[in-house]
Design a protein around this ligand. Structure first.
Ligand SMILES: C[S@@+](CC[C@H](N)C(=O)[O-])C[C@H]1O[C@@H](n2cnc3c(N)ncnc32)[C@H](O)[C@@H]1O
Length: 268
C-alpha cells in the first residue's frame, strides 16, 4: 500500500509526475487558460501563488502569460519534475494546511484540480484560508476549481462499485481499478485504487480522500475569512462537459462534478 507521509497521502501519480501528465493530459492548457481568464477579468495584479501546483503546467502557463509565479506543492517528485519540465515559476515546498510567504506578497492565489479538497477538516480549511488572506494584499483574488461535493448527493451509482481505466506510457499499459465511497461522518470522498502493469510487478494499492465540500459551505468559509465571493458556479470550466472556452458568456450550465470559485480579499 502507498504510505502516508506526515498524514499526507502519497499516490503513484504524485510520486510519478510523468504518469500524472499521461493520465490527465491537458494539451490545450485549458486549466491554465481558465485561471488566467479569471485573473484578467477580475483585474488581478501580476504576483501569483499556485498552491498544490503538481507538475507545474498551470504555473508555467501563467508565467508565460506574463505573471510572476510562485508554485508550491508538498510532493518533492512533483516539484523536481516541474523545475525541469516547466521552467519559469519559482517552485517551493509548502503545505496547503498552513503556509507563510510573508504578508501581502501575492495578488492572487490559484488552487486547481481539487487540490483545495486535500483540506479534509474544517481546521485545515481555516488554516488554508487564513494563509491565503495573509499572503494576499487587500483586493487579492483566490481562484479555485474542484470537485463539487453536492454532485455526489444521491449519486449512489458512482459509489462502492469498482471502475476500470487504463492508459499507456512508454510502451507499458497502466491499469487501475478504482472504488469510491462516501465517509459520511468525516464528510470525505474516499478512493481506493489498485494499480497493475501486467509485467509481473506486484499490484500497488493506494488510498486517498477529498473533502466533500458543498457550495453554500464554501461560501460561508470564504465570507468568514473576509473574502467576497465574485463567482461560484458549476458551469463550464476546464474539466467539464461542455468545456469552457474564452469568451463564453456567463450563466451557462454544465453536467459535471466541478465547482469554480473566484473570491476577493476584503479591502481593509
Ligand atoms: C490533483 S493534483 C492537482 C495538481 C495541479 N494543481 C493541477 O491542476 O494539475 C493535487 C496536488 O496537490 C498536492 N497536494 C496534496 N496535498 C497537499 C498539501 N497538503 N499541501 C500542498 N500540496 C498538496 C499533490 O501533491 C498534487 O500535486
Amino acid at each position: 500500500m502507498t504510505p502516508e507521509v506526515n498524514g499526507h497521502a502519497r499516490t503513484l501519480l504524485t510520486d510519478r509526475p510523468e504518469l500524472y501528465e499521461a493520465r490527465f493530459p491537458d494539451p490545450g492548457r485549458l486549466a491554465g487558460r481558465w485561471a488566467e481568464d479569471c485573473l484578467r477579468r477580475h483585474g488581478a495584479g501580476p504576483r501569483v501563488l499556485d498552491m498544490g501546483c503538481g507538475t507545474g503546467r498551470d504555473a508555467a502557463h501563467l508565467h508565460g502569460a506574463g505573471r510572476r509565479v510562485t508554485a508550491a506543492d508538498l510532493s518533492e517528485p512533483m516539484l523536481a519534475y516541474a523545475r525541469i519540465h516547466r521552467p519559469g515559476p519559482d517552485y517551493v515546498r509548502a503545505d496547503l494546511h498552513g503556509f507563510d510567504f510573508g504578508p501581502a506578497v501575492f495578488d492572487a492565489v490559484v488552487c486547481l484540480d481539487s487540490a483545495l479538497l486535500y483540506c479534509h477538516t474544517n481546521e485545515q480549511l481555516d488554516h488554508f484560508l487564513s494563509s491565503c488572506r495573509r499572503a494576499l494584499g487587500p483586493g487579492g483574488l483566490l481562484v479555485a476549481e474542484m470537485r463539487n461535493g453536492a454532485y455526489f448527493l444521491g449519486r449512489t451509482d458512482l459509489l462502492d462499485s469498482p471502475t476500470d481505466a487504463a492508459f499507456a506510457w512508454r510502451g507499458t499499459v497502466h491499469r487501475s481499478v478504482t472504488t469510491l465511497g462516501v465517509d459520511r461522518t468525516a464528510q470525505l470522498l474516499r478512493r481506493t485504487r489498485v494499480w497493475s502493469t501486467g509485467d509481473g510487478a506486484e499490484p500497488v494499492e493506494e488510498r486517498s480522500a477529498w473533502r466533500l465540500l458543498f457550495p453554500q459551505e464554501l461560501r460561508h468559509f470564504l465570507t468568514a475569512h473576509g473574502f467576497e465571493v465574485l463567482e461560484l458556479h458549476d458551469g463550464p470550466g476546464p474539466r467539464t462537459e461542455p468545456l469552457w472556452h474564452e469568451g463564453l458568456p456567463p450563466g451557462r450550465t454544465a453536467d459535471a462534478d466541478r465547482l469554480h470559485v473566484v473570491a476577493r480579499a476584503a479591502r481593509h
